[in-house]
Design a protein. Structure first.
Lengths: 114, 112
C-alpha cells in the first residue's frame, strides 16, 4: 500500500543513547518532514526537506539530525537522547507546495527516554 | 506568524446529532487547509483538503468550508456516530515552502 512507513513503532532508550527513526514514502513526494506531538503542545516541526540533498530546521531542531540522500527516505537521528525527547514522532510527506495536495502522515513512533 | 485556534478543545454530543467543529487562523494568505482525524495512539488521517480558491469540500457525512476573508474553516459532521469519536485537527498551509501550522485539535466524543 502506498503511504508513509515509520519504524520502529515503539522504542525505549536510556539517557545518552543515540538512535535513528526511519521514515520512507513511496509516493514520490518532494516534501518530507518530522513532527513531535506532546500533550498540550500540539504538533511541532523538527526538521523538513524539500527534496533530496536539501534539509532545513523547524521550530524544535535541537538534539536531532536529519539527512535526505534519496527522495524516498528521511531518517531522524537522536544524537544523545534526553528525557525531554520522550514524545510521539510523526513523519509526513507531500508534493511540493506548487502542486495542490495535502499531507500524508505515518503512523508514528512512540519514544520513551528513561 | 500564523496562529491556528480550534475551539472548543473538547466536545461531547449524543449519537445522531449534527455538529460543527471550528478552526480559526490569523493570516488569510493560505495555500490550502486540511482537516485530519486522529484516533488515540494512532497517526493522522486526512479527511478533507480545501484549496484557497475553494469554498467547501464534501466527503460522505463530512463537509468542510473555508472563508479566507474571516480566517475561518468549519468541519460539519452530519448524523454523528460513536465511531466519529476522535481528535480533529486542522492544518493551514501557506504558499512556498513555509511550514504548515496545526491547530491543537478538538477532542470529540459521540455518546451512544
Amino acid at each position: 500500500n502506498a503511504g508513509v512507513t515509520q519504524t520502529p513503532k515503539f522504542q525505549v532508550l536510556k539517557t545518552g543513547q543515540s538512535m535513528t527513526l526511519q521514515c520512507a514514502q513511496d509516493m514520490n513526494h518532494e516534501y518530507m518532514s518530522w513532527y513531535r506531538q506532546d500533550p498540550g503542545m500540539g504538533l511541532r516541526l523538527i526538521h523538513y526537506s524539500v527534496g533530496a540533498g536539501i534539509t532545513d530546521q523547524g521550530e524544535v531542531p535541537n538534539g536531532y539530525n536529519v539527512s535526505r540522500s534519496t527522495t524516498e527516505d528521511f531518517p531522524l537521528r537522536l544524537l544523545s537522547a534526553a528525557p525531554s525527547q520522550t514524545s510521539v514522532y510523526f513523519c509526513a510527506s507531500s508534493y511540493s507546495s506548487e502542486v495542490s495536495t495535502g499531507y500524508t502522515f505515518g503512523s508514528g513512533t512512540r519514544l520513551t527516554v528513561v | 506568524k500564523q496562529e491556528v485556534t480550534q475551539i472548543p478543545a473538547a466536545l461531547s454530543v449524543p449519537e445522531g446529532e449534527n455538529l460543527v467543529l471550528n478552526c480559526s487562523f490569523t493570516d488569510s494568505a493560505i495555500y490550502n487547509l486540511q482537516w485530519f482525524r486522529q484516533d488515540p495512539g494512532k497517526g493522522l488521517t486526512s479527511l478533507l483538503l480545501i484549496q484557497s480558491s475553494q469554498r467547501e469540500q464534501t466527503s460522505g457525512r463530512l463537509n468542510a468550508s473555508l472563508d479566507k476573508s474571516s480566517g475561518r474553516s468549519t468541519l460539519y459532521i452530519a448524523a454523528s456516530q460513536p465511531g466519529d469519536s476522535a481528535t480533529y485537527l486542522c492544518a493551514v498551509r501557506p504558499g512556498g515552502y513555509q511550514k504548515v501550522t496545526f491547530g491543537t485539535g478538538t477532542k470529540l466524543q459521540v455518546i451512544p
